[in-house]
Design a protein around this ligand. Structure first.
Ligand code: NI
Length: 177
């Protein structure tokens, strides 16, 4: 088990585009995925991208079950996804509040595709192909953005909807998740 340091916004490594994984089912990949799960659990997150621990490779993990950070979010199956590709489905984007382990203590109102299909591989090399919506779709988009060097504040339409979580409770549009 290895809990790694999560880089915080301002670290230039969070702005880099990550490279695809060439060798699926390798010892190095399995070790990276273990570190991502251990680190996500230690920090209490619902998702983590390899770039956030300083590894510029296209690997993300996510899982939602009884998260104190998102108590009302529907469950999302624990998923380690390698070389993901997103395929948005027709329809409007919807806005909801997001946080990020790289931006501790803050939340923003972020538009995301409400429904999408995503593809990729498990660390063992099995293909993944899912159609998802709601919080599952949101988490995947947030984590895959990290692989392109994008942090969620860049997606916020109106920066009045960005601030410290403890203060946003009184914000007119803030609905606790
Ligand atoms: Ni994040």
């Amino acid at each position: 088990m290895a809990v790694r340091e999560v880089l915080r916004m301002g670290d230039p490594r969070l702005l880099e585009e990550a490279a695809p994984i060439a060798d699926l089912d390798s010892e190095g990949l399995h070790g990276l995925v273990r570190d991502l799960w251990d680190t996500m659990a230690a920090y209490g997150g619902v998702g983590l991208a390899a770039t956030q621990i300083g590894v510029p490779r296209r690997v993300v993990v996510f899982a939602v079950a009884d998260s104190p950070r998102y108590p009302d979010a529907e469950a999302v199956p624990a998923t380690a996804l390698v070389n993901p590709a997103l395929h948005p489905m027709p329809g409007d984007k919807e806005e909801a509040w997001e946080g990020c382990l790289s931006i501790p203590g803050m939340r923003g109102l972020v538009p995301r595709y409400a429904q999408l299909r995503y593809t990729g591989f498990t660390p063992e090399g099995d293909p993944v192909d899912r159609e998802v919506s709601g919080f599952h779709a949101r988490v995947v988009q947030h984590e895959c953005d990290h692989l392109d060097g994008i942090l969620y504040p860049r997606r916020i339409r109106d920066l009045r909807n960005f601030g410290f979580e403890a203060e946003l409770v009184g914000h007119p549009s803030h609905v606790p998740e």
